[in-house]
Design a protein around this ligand. Sequence first.
Ligand SMILES: [Zn+2]
Ligand SMILES: [Zn+2]
Length: 388
Amino acid sequence: MAPKNRFAEMLPEIAGWRQDFHENPELLFEVHRTAGRVAELCRSFGCDEVTEGIGRTGVVVVIKGKTDTSGRVIGLRADMDALPIIEQTGVAYASKVPGKMHACGHDGHTSMLLGAAKYLAETRNFDGTAVLIFQPAEEGGGGGREMCADGMMDRWGIQEVYGMHNMPGIPVGHFAIRPGAMMAAADQFEITVTGKGGHAAKPHDCIDTTVVAAHIIVALQTIASRGVDPLKQVVVSVCTVATDSTAHNVIPQVVKMKGTVRTMDFGVQDYVEARVKAIAEGTAQALGAVAVVDYTRGYPVTVNAPENTDYAAEVARAVSGQVDTDTAPLMGAEDFSFMLLERPGAYIFVGNGDTAMVHHPAYNFDDNAIPFGSSWYAGMVEARMPAA
Ligand SMILES: [Zn+2]
Ligand SMILES: [Zn+2]
């Protein structure tokens, strides 16, 4: 039976797991209930190996094919964590935890991969080993980084790794992917400008940090407009400006600015980091103040290897026939990037139809996407390690 037909049959069961996860959202690494349920279900499916506590609360599941003459190992990844959002969907299975919500559809990803686990453990119609990765803390905690840091790729001998995310705005049953950069690197910076505070009527006795900060903000715009090749994507946004004064007649001693940098290219990322520092420090110095820049690299750029992108698109085509292989990259970031730094692979969008965007209180995962997502996961294993 084709995976898609089998998953259409399994849909009520998989949607049941999904709605249970949805009612019980957990944040970051605190996904104890979810991870416990994942491990319990995978054991009940007869998976060969279920290891908990990788990357703190991640779960790694091994399913062996009927044969292993190929010696190949394919990794599939889903994320398990929710967001600190107050749900406004009004669905019957809405979050029972105040202030927490599965607003990014990770309940759907986990359930679709569980569906694939059940199917693969039943059929084992492949020659090699499937390693299913259920990661915590995608939403800012770097759970994928932690699982890699625990030596996951070497310990299970993973050779290629594939990930998926649902995407509102893409019809259910459609897929979208692109080779190369698919999601941005997201870095953050904090600039502290120190001058000389004082009476606002006596600016000549002060070094006005607000004026220095304003010059820095304007000068930072030249990174995107003058510095980076216009054909390469970059975002430099100053998002917070705070002074140590709340008065209208005091020149503040200190101004702090926070912002984000999004890039799609490792070279551009290095360039922007250097320029943010040089512009802030140099502008402050020119105006008699001192700027200290704290620049932190977050999730790296998510890069799809061209060959693996083709494999992923081919399986998606077999599942749905509707695959956009030139989808626009997004300036959001994705923790799966850490796995793609260690192994070749690809990351694909599965359509979630006409719903609110992810991270919105009214976002709703569409269970009709489940047969497509589960089929793609299972299909990657069967296609990359065809039965001998
Ligand atoms: Zn998210
Ligand atoms: Zn997400």
